[in-house]
Design a binder for this molecule. Structure first.
Ligand code: UDP
Ligand code: GLC
Ligand code: MN
Length: 328
């Protein structure tokens, strides 16, 4: 089908990483539908070029921002006002039907059957199940609906300051009118549900079709050790208890996306995320190269205190050599 599309949004280079993994998961499971990404001018040229390698259509849109700090503060997510940009997806009227997916989602199998559903189909939100979660939804592009949504936003605002509040008050009959518009939870399995209802996850998690890394910590905020397949949070330095999905994300990112970033020469920026690996690489290198050989513990301590030998053993050239050998 060429007149149907999966659509996502990335307003900055971090979310582009998510969008790249999402697309590559959809391709991995041979979707027959088009892939479209909405981007805003903040996305760098090099990331846009890379998006063009995996998306059929990279569409520039302007930022829509609620600026609703009061509601966003309730969610402790001041950055989410910008998610109103998502409603631009209704303007893609050359497609007859679309499935919007957040850039922090990935598919675990082919989900093309979602296109048989009607607007607006979505799964319940894990925090408030009478609302749908707007990380995955089936919709019908229409400029008319887009204009109505804008009008609704201007007149009534959004109760959470982002798109989910707006969409739930616009499609307000979702909770009660038609059960066919309730997607099974496995089409939008929030990673936080693993903790909030572990027995259910143990019973049904194996049927997951889409995983959604909902919440502040995104997969790209973790450090992944590809050798041990161990994932650690950069935000609180804790090892993740159920890292299965996170490791899948990182597997795709390292095997499919890093090679694209390397081709485009942005690998420096992407590998900067893997601070721990870089530190280790530098440590190993300096331990094996250095005749006076400071202990690796001492070296690590110095590095962490900001005492880096930029001109000598820790020079950029040495780091790059080590990284190149890692990436090969
Ligand atoms: N988004 C974006 N830039 C931002 C914040 C959000 O492009 O700065 C997009 C992205 O597609 C993201 C979606 O809006 O997946 C919703 O935000 P997020 O996933 O962070 O919200 P959550 O699902 O964690 O509530
Ligand atoms: C949610 C959804 C996300 C949406 C955000 C703001 O938690 O997961 O897709 O953008 O709320 O409304
Ligand atoms: Mn999300």
């Amino acid at each position: 089908m060429t007149d149907q599309a999966f659509v996502t949004l990335a307003t900055n280079d971090s979310y582009v990483k998510g969008a790249l993994v999402l697309a590559s998961s959809l391709r991995q499971y041979n979707t027959k539908n088009k892939l479209v990404v909405l981007v805003t001018p903040q996305v760098s040229d090099s990331m846009r070029k890379i998006l063009k390698k995996v998306y059929d259509d990279v569409r520039m849109v302007n930022v829509l921002d609620s600026g609703d700090s009061a509601h966003l503060a309730l969610m402790k997510r001041p950055e989410l006002g910008i998610t109103l940009t998502k409603i631009h997806c209704w303007t893609l009227s050359e497609y007859t039907k679309c499935v919007f997916m957040d850039a922090d989602t990935m598919v675990l199998c082919n989900i093309d059957e979602l296109f048989e559903r009607e607007e607006l189909s979505a799964a319940p939100d894990p925090g408030w199940p009478d609302c749908f979660n707007s990380g995955v939804f089936v919709y019908k592009p229409s400029v008319e609906t887009y204009n109505q949504l804008l009008k609704h936003a201007a007149e009534k605002g959004s109760f959470d300051g982002g798109d989910q509040g707006l969409l739930n008050s616009f499609f307000s009959s979702w909770a009660t009118r038609d059960i066919n518009k309730h997607l099974p939870f496995v089409y939008n399995l929030s990673s936080i549900s693993i903790y909030s209802y572990l027995p259910a996850f143990k019973a049904f998690g194996a049927n997951a079709k889409v995983v959604h890394f909902l919440g502040k910590a995104k997969p790209w905020n973790y450090t992944y050790d590809s050798k041990t397949k161990c994932t650690k949070s950069d935000l609180n330095d804790e090892t993740v208890v159920h890292p299965e999905f996170l490791n899948l994300w990182w597997d795709l990112y390292t095997t499919r996306i890093i090679p694209l970033l390397t081709e485009e020469g942005v690998v420096k920026e992407s590998t900067a995320l893997q601070v721990e690996e870089i530190k280790e690489a530098v440590l190993q290198m300096s331990v094996s190269n250095s005749p006076q050989s400071v202990s690796s513990e001492e070296r690590k301590e110095r590095w962490e205190q900001g005492q880096v030998d930029y001109m000598g053993e820790d020079s950029y050239d040495n780091i790059k050599k080590k990284l190149d050998s890692y990436l090969q």
